[in-house]
Design a protein around this ligand. Structure first.
Ligand SMILES: [Zn+2]
Length: 399
């Protein structure tokens, strides 16, 4: 049981090409050295598997082998990220964490009888919010029970996510959602609401910081209330999706955690792939040449690459450097444009977002890409570890 109880602080790490599990785990080891337990959760979605051409078992084996090699003795998990009823099957064997994504079901009609039953059970809650979320929670229950039938109760960590939608959920709506989740008997340990503001891929938060802080604190209080009132797991906490690189909200998150003693799960998937590119560019030679080649292809295919991510990127094509210019860049110039250091005037967040969604280009290169990752492993690994530890774990969990 212990094994499948998610710790107070956890970090979702994505390892698209299954080469960085050790470098990522190294960041959690650094946190442990600083006296804070941050549990690693390797997550990969069905869409990523399809783009890369990988299977969930590869995430499990990369995680297991990193844990063995670095003698990590604390828990760790493998997350079937953003699964639904149709896509969960291939993850049933390898995962012990399931991000049950029901965002598409928000606003679908629930039956009058269902809404009435909810209102009778929870006269204190808004039936309007119930009408909006009941169908989604019912679907989450159906998916949860499919996983439970395969894995057995208590053998996995369920998360319910509603983040991939346009409008944020208020703390009041969150309470309704949690009550409904309790009625569905889903022992959720993490909940991923959509927060206010924009969580673009790989770049900083865009939005009203004070509004975010207030909402985040209220969500924490709401969870505490729901745990008591609706008998949900005591370790239930917020999960922040697209959480990598949101530097400006880390301070408010840290303060809210400190004030309330709450935990959090921070998902940082895509940032690691960008560190691979930074490492290759920093290595120079054929590493830099390949990083440039990937940019040039990504630039040429930018419309197709961006289309599936339109809601979570803001790229101004006029701010993207022309391929001809990038081809002449030094290693330092490439690294400065890509590395997420907002104090560096050469940093270009348009290029960074494009490359974030450009991993498909590297996937197509196949062995050519992987061979160079292996050739330049030390410099790549150093960037991966440093990024996770210094720019993510430290501000959110330590400082
Ligand atoms: Zn998400």
């Amino acid at each position: 049981m212990e094994k499948n109880l998610l710790g107070k602080y956890s970090i979702g790490v994505g390892d698209r090409f299954a080469h960085q599990a050790e470098a990522q785990l190294e960041a959690c080891l650094l946190a442990a050295k600083h006296g804070v337990e941050v549990i690693p959760v390797w997550n990969k979605s069905n869409r990523e598997h399809n783009i890369i051409g990988s299977e969930p078992a590869s995430v499990r084996s990369a995680a297991d082998s990193a844990v063995r090699k670095l003698s990590w003795t604390k828990p760790y998990h493998v997350d079937a990220d953003h699964i639904n009823f149709e896509t969960v099957d291939r993850f049933l064997e390898a995962s012990d964490f399931y991000t049950i994504d029901v965002a598409d079901w928000i606003g679908k009609p629930a039956s009058a009888a269902q809404i009435e039953a909810f209102a009778t059970r929870h006269p204190e809650l808004s039936t309007r919010a119930a009408a909006k979320y009941l169908a989604a929670v019912t679907e989450a229950g159906r998916i949860y029970r499919k996983i439970e039938a395969a894995k057995g109760q208590g053998n996995f960590i369920p998360e319910v996510s509603m983040d991939e939608t346009d409008s944020p959920q208020s703390p009041d709506e969150l309470l309704v959602i949690l009550a409904a989740i309790s009625d569905e008997k889903i022992p959720i340990q993490t909940i991923a609401p959509k927060f206010t503001g924009r969580f673009n891929k790989g770049v900083d938060y865009q939005g009203d910081l004070s509004k975010f802080s207030e909402e985040f604190s209220n969500d924490i209080s709401t969870i505490a209330v729901a745990v008591e009132k609706y008998d949900l797991p005591r370790n239930l906490k917020l999960s922040v999706h697209s959480g990598s690189d949101k530097f400006s909200i880390y301070r408010p998150i840290r303060e809210a955690l400190r004030k309330t003693n709450a935990g959090v799960h921070l998902k940082t998937a895509g940032t690691t792939w960008l560190e691979e590119l930074i490492g290759l560019a920093e290595a120079g030679g054929d590493g830099l040449a390949l990083a440039k080649e990937i940019y040039v292809h990504a630039y040429e295919q930018r419309e197709a690459l961006c289309a599936p991510y339109a809601a979570v990127i803001d790229i101004d094509p006029h701010r993207l450097p022309a391929p001809g210019a990038v081809e002449k860049w030094t290693s330092d110039k490439f690294v400065s444009a890509l590395r997420h250091d907002q104090s560096n005037p050469a940093f270009n967040n348009h290029l960074r977002q494009l490359l974030h969604v450009g991993f498909k280009v590297a996937a197509k290169l196949g062995r050519r890409y992987l061979d160079l990752l292996e050739k330049f492993e030390p410099v790549v690994a150093r960037n991966v570890t440093e990024n996770l530890f210094e720019r993510h774990i430290r501000p959110v969990f330590l400082d």
